[in-house]
Write a protein that binds this ligand. Structure first.
Ligand code: GAL
Length: 681
């Protein structure tokens, strides 16, 4: 299993574009290789939506189009990453075998006409997927210019559900192998509730939408785990074929969507990848959103690549983004690199003139003329060509991390969420407080390597397994500082509530138990602005309750803060337990933006953690983001200015900015959307 601190196995920093030669005429494509070359492109990605071209009729394969373009690009030194084209099965396939089509939660079968319309559970579709993958793999296995593969394209991007007959059959097989017998399933699902007892696994249906009321939560949890398993298996078949054909190829997939346990899914891959489109987010939260996605991506399998990064404005049917201002595209690329990317491909080479993404604008405009975006892209190309070898091999080692799991823990929240934040959401609020404070922060799976993390948060993770409890206990015993927020440890891996007093498996570590709780149903925003109504005090700093209050009974822990008002007034709200060389805080509420930043400030001071940029007499401008990548031999501090105005950074560590070769100075200026890559002394 790869660690969050692992580099990719790439020896060169990748820079390029997804390229769709099949969408252009000979004349349009005429200057492509030379223009790419002079912009610094070393890699393109091709073929993810070209199944119809490569297998125009069942069993008839024709790769001449891509052979030609791979060769043309190779002549100028550009390598190709190919994709299995299974996100867009051709019409002959869906016409002849309509049973391959996916079915949504309302039992509606998808029709042909866009993409992602086939079921990963369909044996027929799996068969076609293997055949096209094998045909491509065999054809290209000795082609030195094909260096790697992307499986499919963004599994679960448009929707994750699959209620097809194939999915139902697959679900039953999954349950059979998970539980072995129906009695075990009945116990795990708690079917004694609402007379749901099953006599046979064959009687079990998918959790369709047409029930009078809520479905059994473990039934729905298993359905999600099954969908994740199915897509992982679908990918596995492709990966096996590719690896057998040429073991030197590296293989990745571009995430990040719901309903996939990406750590499990990524075991098959050389590294993970993420497509980054920050303009889906409003300007005010854009930088934080992207940073959070990038940190989450790194938590899956370490360093990654970005096979699609926003270039110009993006648009489909009902939306069209604003056009990124000059300099912002380059900043977005450097942000990805700062947080762990070992390669950047800008989506896409040329803006399409037809199809559902006619206004998803690429490096070149519709008229094929290189303009400002091409210039900016070329600047990036030159910079990555120069600094790529310094960047490759370095990774991010966050001092502070928030636990994150795209599998069981997040999935268990969905069917029984009560309108409360998911662990992922609760975690992001905490993560953001440290990101804003310019600390070294990231996400980590609780079973990953925690050895270099100093401060770790468990953000209201209802499901805690014995393995996770052991890992967290070890973390604290070895000197780590752990903060657990409300509702953690209440359920087991079947998402059933435990019989022990909360937080169950973590009660000894916490040294306190939850003796009472209430959902706070008042309008949270109103509440946040009214500290009179319910805040607890910690050394004079008010931390407001939001959404939830727990009252704690201490055992070995000491009380850090008490509720000041409400039904739990004067009872413990926050505790701290010293265990081994470390300590464990328990916070009987969800942290909101205000309380998370109060905690960030208090805890880092108490533990002795400093931001990556030391606070000087003047504050660091809000628009500044920092991240460190390091290896045994070097340490790089990335400084990014997300504002469209120049800023001055009051105090920078000593080093040389590799982009300008200038030594850092006190009161260092940084241009609008400016970037520095400081090699620390
Ligand atoms: C991604 C997808 C691309 C393209 C792009 C812009 O989600 O992988 O194929 O659709 O978005 O919409």
């Amino acid at each position: 299993m790869r660690k969050h601190t692992d580099p990719t196995n790439l020896s060169t920093f990748l820079f390029g574009v997804p390229y769709y030669p099949e969408q252009w005429t000979e004349k349009d494509r005429e200057h492509d290789p030379e223009r790419m070359k002079s912009a610094g492109v070393n890699t393109v990605r091709m073929a993810e939506f070209a199944w119809d071209l490569m297998e125009p009729r069942e069993g008839t394969f024709d790769f001449s189009h891509f052979d030609h373009h791979i060769e043309r690009l190779a002549k100028v030194g550009i390598k190709t990453v190919l994709c299995t084209p299974t996100a867009a099965p051709p019409r002959w396939l869906t016409k002849q075998y309509p049973e391959v089509l996916r079915v949504d939660k309302d039992d509606k079968q998808m029709r042909h006409g866009s993409r992602q319309h086939a079921s990963h559970c369909s044996a027929r579709f799996r068969d076609f997927s293997k055949k096209i993958t094998a045909a491509m793999a065999n054809h290209y296995k000795e082609n030195k210019n094909v260096v790697g593969w992307q499986t499919d394209n963004e599994f679960h991007c448009h929707f994750k559900d699959d209620y097809s007959h194939a999915a139902e059959a697959g679900f039953r097989t999954f349950l059979q192998s998970k539980y072995g017998n129906i009695a075990a399933l009945n116990t795990a699902w708690g079917t004694a509730f609402w007379a749901l007892t099953y006599d046979s696994i064959d009687d079990i249906e998918l959790p369709y939408n047409d029930r009078p009321t809520h479905v059994n939560p473990t039934h729905y949890l298993d359905y999600q785990l099954f969908l994740s398993h199915a897509v992982t298996e679908f990918q596995h078949h492709q990966v096996q074929i590719l690896r057998n054909a040429n073991p030197n190829w590296w293989i990745f997939h571009n995430g990040f969507f719901g309903g996939i346990d990406y750590r499990e899914f990524s075991k098959d891959l050389d590294f993970f990848a993420v497509d980054v489109y920050p303009y889906f987010c409003p300007q005010a939260t854009r930088a934080a959103w992207a940073a959070s996605v990038l940190d989450r991506t790194r938590s899956i399998a370490g360093n990654f690549i970005v096979p699609e990064l926003q270039t110009g404005p993006g648009g489909q049917g009902h939306y069209l983004h604003t056009t990124p201002p000059p300099g912002h595209m380059r900043l977005m690329a450097w942000q990805c690199v700062a947080r762990g990317a070992d390669g950047i491909l800008h989506f896409r080479w040329r803006s399409a003139r037809f199809g559902a993404e006619e206004y998803w604008c690429g490096v070149l405009d519709h008229d094929n003329k290189p303009r400002a975006r091409y210039e900016e892209f070329s600047q990036e190309g030159a910079e990555f060509a120069r600094l790529g070898s310094v960047i490759i091999g370095t990774t991010v080692h966050p001092q502070i991390a928030v636990c994150y799991d795209t599998g069981l823990i997040e999935m268990a929240h969905n069917p029984i969420h009560h309108g409360l934040p998911s662990p992922g959401y609760a975690g992001e609020v905490i993560w953001k407080a440290f990101w804003e404070g310019n600390f070294s922060v990231g996400y980590v799976h609780p079973l990953d390597d925690l050895s270099r993390i100093k401060l770790l948060f468990v953000p209201s993770m209802a499901v805690i397994t014995p393995e996770i409890a052991t890992a967290l206990t070890q973390f604290v015993t070895n000197g780590g500082h752990l903060v657990i927020t409300a509702r953690t440890g209440q359920r087991n891996a079947n998402s059933q509530v435990i019989s022990e007093t909360f937080p169950g498996l973590l009660a000894t570590l916490v040294g306190a138990t939850v003796e009472g709780w209430t959902r706070v149903n008042e309008n949270a925003a109103q509440f946040i602005h009214d500290p009179e109504t319910g805040s607890f005090e910690w050394d004079g700093l008010g931390i407001e309750r939001s959404l939830w209050m727990e009252t704690l009974e201490v055992n070995t822990a000491r009380v850090v803060a008490k509720w000041t008002v409400g039904r739990f007034a004067r009872t413990p709200a926050v505790t701290k337990n010293s265990v081994g060389k470390g300590s464990c805080w328990y916070v009987g509420t969800y942290l909101d933006e205000t309380s998370a930043s109060v905690f960030a400030e208090k805890l880092t001071r108490e533990i002795g953690l400093s931001p990556l940029l030391p606070e000087a007499t003047e504050p660091v401008p809000d628009s500044i983001e920092v991240c460190v990548r390091e290896s045994e031999h070097r340490k790089l501090l990335f400084v990014l200015n997300h504002a469209g105005e120049p800023v001055t950074i009051p105090q920078l560590p000593q080093g040389i900015d590799l982009l300008t070769n200038i030594l850092t100075t006190p009161k260092h200026p940084l241009a609008p959307y400016g970037v520095m890559v400081i090699k620390l002394a």
